[in-house]
Design a protein. Sequence first.
Length: 492
Amino acid sequence: MAEVIDCDVLVVGAGPTGVTLGLLLARGGLTTFVVDKAPDIYPLPRAAHIDHEIMRLLQELGVAAQVAATCRTASRYDFLTARGEILLRFEGIDRVGPGGWPASNMIHQPSLEAILRTAADKQPQFQLRTSWNWKSYRSDAGAVVSTIAVPDGEREVRSKYLVGADGARSPVRTAAEIEMEDLGFDEEWLVIDALVHDAERLPEVNLQICDPDRPTTCVLMGSGRHRWEFMLKPHETADDLLPDDVIARLLKPWNVDGAITLERKAVYRFNAKVAKHWRKGRILLAGDAAHLTPPFAGQGLCSGMRDAANLAWKLIAVSRNADDSILDTYQTEREAHVRPIISLAMMMGRTVCIADPAAARARDEQMLAARAAGSAPDGAVSNPPLGPGIMMLGCSEAGSYFPQVVAADGTRLDDILGSGAWLIGRGAGGTPRRTALKSIDLAEPRLAPFGSQLDTWLAKHNADAVLVRPDRYVFGTGAPESLMRAWLDLAL
Ligand SMILES: Cc1cc2nc3c(=O)[nH]c(=O)nc-3n(C[C@H](O)[C@H](O)[C@H](O)COP(=O)(O)OP(=O)(O)OC[C@H]3O[C@@H](n4cnc5c(N)ncnc54)[C@H](O)[C@@H]3O)c2cc1C
């Protein structure tokens, strides 16, 4: 067998989670090997939406402008009865969200993945190998040795950590004998993507049509494309719905004949599951390998990329001598964040996936009454905070998302401050040596365009300073010296 390859981290799976993680690790100086069994990017319809936080992460990776150029935005996401009444409305989703980018960005997943892979090509510490099929691992003196089937035989890769970002069926998860908890959602849908020739004939907003006769999704995608999804009825199979003439019949009510061309189609089973353990020693799980959500909130890929952001800075810190127990906080922080998001997606799914006419009538009556009574607000969705982990105890803002303020001329804060952890505040400054933490006084001229917004944020939280982690979640607020001490005590 050929020589063993050595690296800091082996990532199995070059989907959006694996490539994002690999990019962040490589930028942090870790030698990172990313392998995928497929020869190319997954071609079938999947994510159509990413949120403002993910755009901010793409900004850190230097590709946000390129991705934004391919995105479209919709102002609303409506759940309608078969008669067109509003059951649920999420409004203002095209406005700038806390991440400093539009709250919702409609995308074409393969285009996003291609942009990420091109960025990865430019990172010398990042090695991508396609058509490499990960098979098994064994532990070996402070490392994990993986066996991988490659086109001309077999290779071994020795890494300090092995991350399974290998999707819903995750062979790494199976090999590590980690079970999934099933949260109880199981529906089959046909998903089709279309190339658009006449956008004026298509809806400008995102829609869930809660029609028991055929629950249907119709949403924008990245420029030039539109998405429909149709729920399968209990007696239907994928083979019943996939033929083009059946799809043409399903699209008839949308009156889009001549306005679109069918590009791709697939039938998926939408599930909700969470892995019971996201870490087992040197093995970690991320993305769909760690959690699965029905797609109604457009958050599966987003959650995987958040995993990457959380895990990357901790693996980098461990490589610089932080205690490796900080990796245990990856699950405690991220699981508490992803579970409410999956619950929201299940609530949305349970609203739309009702095929029984009597149950649909009862749903309509109850939700229309709730809306009329004003108990169903129309705003954009806000994400939950992280669970307990690396944050200052007793600080109420710890674990919440730190917003990216945008200056009047459109400049974004992160572009000025760069990656890594920041301590920003009145009287902050004087970064100690031998730490990657950047300490910045609010009075520094480069913060002038953001000063009043940062000042308002600190005043609202009754603090002189905030310490923001590399993943842009708040470590703590308070006096600059105590924040710095607490951070440095963790050897981060
Ligand atoms: C219809 C639909 C709509 C969706 N809409 C949205 C949306 O709007 N927004 C959103 O955020 N998410 C959405 N999602 C979810 C999103 O597509 C996934 O969450 C996302 O692709 C997961 O990324 P990942 O990198 O974790 O896994 P994947 O993209 O599944 O990547 C895993 C990779 O691992 C590789 N692999 C597997 N086994 C091996 C092995 N043995 N060796 C090497 N490589 C291996 C696979 O080839 C694959 O490339 C949607 C999903 C579906 C199905």
